[in-house]
Design a protein around this ligand. Structure first.
Ligand SMILES: Nc1ncnc2c1ncn2[C@@H]1O[C@H](COP(=O)(O)OP(=O)(O)OP(=O)(O)O)[C@@H](O)[C@H]1O
Length: 243
């Protein structure tokens, strides 16, 4: 059975169809790439799955149970964690304290949350910087810390919103390895990312959105050759020239 099922999901903002009748499934243990041009609706999908926004229609199920109507903390308790495109750690708190915030609700005590924080900082490669204030971190390390905070909630499913945006090529390579390690640890991943070589390298399957709708789904090497995908990214002229 699928871990996550998104079925006919829609969200309108006034007359704008940000997400329109979108259906896809995420299998346990996979890295699913969710891609599409700017404004395609990817972040809105994350907001709908995690309870930050109510859908206009459709359903989202985790392990067969609907998440619709649950508040973000309740969705997190069911095992869905997310990161944000714009990372905002508390700059005066240490990496350990920032990561511990993710574990507080689940673990109850600060002590237990800080122990869990050390475990996840180790996992993301920040253990040596546990006592450094997050405000002193590079963007790449802030993005790792954001992932650590999400992991501290103990997720089955991790939704990553552009974890590689703004990173240099070496840092992107490191982030790819991190996402693969997270998957190997048993966490299923949905990855929204504009950096195509990262998507191609680590996604098992890719879902492509354009203007709220799903326009393609399949293996990474297949979807990048799909004329509808090429048209969405580069305009119809390019697709026609190739076809
Ligand atoms: N809260 C909101 N109110 C009104 N319109 C919104 C809201 N959130 C998103 N939108 C609009 O919905 C559409 C989809 O936005 P979304 O951020 O989901 O796209 P995206 O695929 O994540 O884009 P990007 O790759 O640029 O981050 C856009 O046209 C956006 O302006």
């Amino acid at each position: 059975m699928a871990l996550l099922e998104v079925e006919n999901l829609s969200r309108h903002f006034g007359g704008l169809r940000a997400v329109a009748n979108l259906s896809f499934a995420v299998r346990p243990g996979e890295i699913l790439g969710l891609i599409g041009p700017n404004g395609a609706g990817k972040t809105t999908v994350f907001n709908l799955v995690t309870g930050f926004l109510p859908p206009s229609g459709g359903d989202v199920r985790l392990d067969g149970e609907s998440l619709v109507g649950l508040k973000p903390h309740a969705v997190a308790r069911r095992g869905v964690a997310r990161t944000f495109q714009i990372v905002k750690p508390f700059p005066h708190l240490s990496a350990r304290e920032n990561a511990a915030l993710g574990g507080m609700a689940r673990l109850g005590s600060r002590r237990a949350a800080e122990d869990e924080a050390m475990r996840v900082l180790e996992q993301v490669g920040l253990a040596a910087k546990a006592d450094v204030p997050a405000g002193e971190f590079t963007l790449a390390d802030q993005k790792r810390l954001e992932i650590a905070r999400a992991l501290a909630t103990g997720p089955k499913l991790l939704l990553l919103d552009e974890p590689m945006g703004g990173l240099n090529p070496r840092e992107v390579g490191g982030a790819c390895e991190l996402v693969e390690r997270i998957r190997e640890s048993g966490v299923t991943v949905v990855l929204v990312e504009h950096i195509m070589r990262a998507i191609m390298r680590i996604s098992h399957r890719v879902v492509v959105m354009n203007q709220g709708e799903k326009i393609a789904e399949g293996a990474p090497a297949e979807v990048v050759q799909d004329p509808a995908v090429i048209a969405a990214y580069f305009g119809k002229r390019v697709a026609n020239a190739r076809g």
